[in-house]
Design a protein around this ligand. Structure first.
Ligand code: ATP
Ligand code: MG
Length: 236
């Protein structure tokens, strides 16, 4: 369980997250939906520990982790930009997170194979990121997150660089992965369709405030305000 309690975050004099409280249940797929600049990435970053918070508490399974280093939170993050190491092969990119943890070479190899087979990128293991398509890079980025078997996955607009067809395919795969792994996933997007198809619950954000949180049906049929109605295209 992820619990955020009264979290606030400012950059300089700009308050980017305003007293946010949010619970994500074990195994839940929560989508954070909102327009550019509303604070979605910042919220993910504070869960991952990449940004400190000024006020409030972040708990993972009840434990306060405000001062816990990102490496010691059982979380993997997948970014829009993939963030792959350009000089490493696909295999090494995926294995890298395991190398840091003193896992034996044989075990690493086996783990990479398993994940690569899951993502259908076994034939790409010897390549460098520059030799891959956007969709393939995104799979490698997913592989790198998956191989560590974390309890929590955070996705920051992972599909926004892909064309519509590939986006649809990857969406289906992410949904399948969620069902297989039964992991807790928080997925940031500004795409309403993506939110509606993936989410157990959607949190709609605007200007650093969560406007409404609920199932796609609840949000569509009972939008809390005009902004939410407009954003998801529901009748007000
Ligand atoms: P997008 O959909 O464009 O990715 P977002 O919802 O993820 O937007 P954030 O990246 O969380 O938005 O940014 C929220 C606000 O905080 C923006 O106004 C942004 O300019 C500001 N901001 C984000 N990171 C920093 C930073 N490191 N320093 C200063 N301001 C920042
Ligand atoms: Mg963002």
């Amino acid at each position: 369980t992820i619990s955020i309690e009264h979290a606030s975050k400012s950059f300089g004099s700009t308050e980017v997250l305003k007293d946010i409280s949010l619970d994500v249940k074990d195994g839940e797929f929560l989508v954070l939906l909102g327009s550019s600049g509303c604070g979605k990435s910042t919220l993910l970053n504070i869960i991952a520990g990449l940004e400190p918070i000024a006020d409030g508490e972040i708990r993972l399974d009840g434990e306060v982790v405000n001062d816990v280093h990102p490496k010691n939170r059982d979380i993997a993050m997948v970014f829009q930009s993939y963030a792959l190491y350009p000089n490493m092969t696909v295999e090494r990119n995926i294995a890298f997170g395991l190398e840091m943890r003193r896992i034996s070479k044989a075990e690493r190899k086996a783990a990479v194979r398993e994940v690569a087979s899951m993502l259908q990128i076994e034939h790409l293991l010897a390549r460098k990121p520059a030799q891959l398509s956007g969709g393939q890079r995104q799979r490698v980025a997913m592989g790198r997150a998956l191989v560590r078997r974390p309890k929590i996955f955070l996705f920051d607009e992972p599909l926004s660089n892909l064309d519509a067809k590939l986006r649809g395919e990857m969406r289906t795969e992410i949904k399948k992965l969620h069902q297989t792994l039964k992991a807790t996933m928080v997925y940031v997007t500004h795409d309403q369709i993506e939110a509606m198809t993936l989410a157990d619950r959607i949190a709609i954000m605007k200007d650093g405030i969560i406007q409404q949180i609920g199932t796609p049906q609840e949000i569509y049929s009972k939008p809390a305000n005009m902004y939410v109605a407009g954003f998801v295209g529901a009748p007000p």
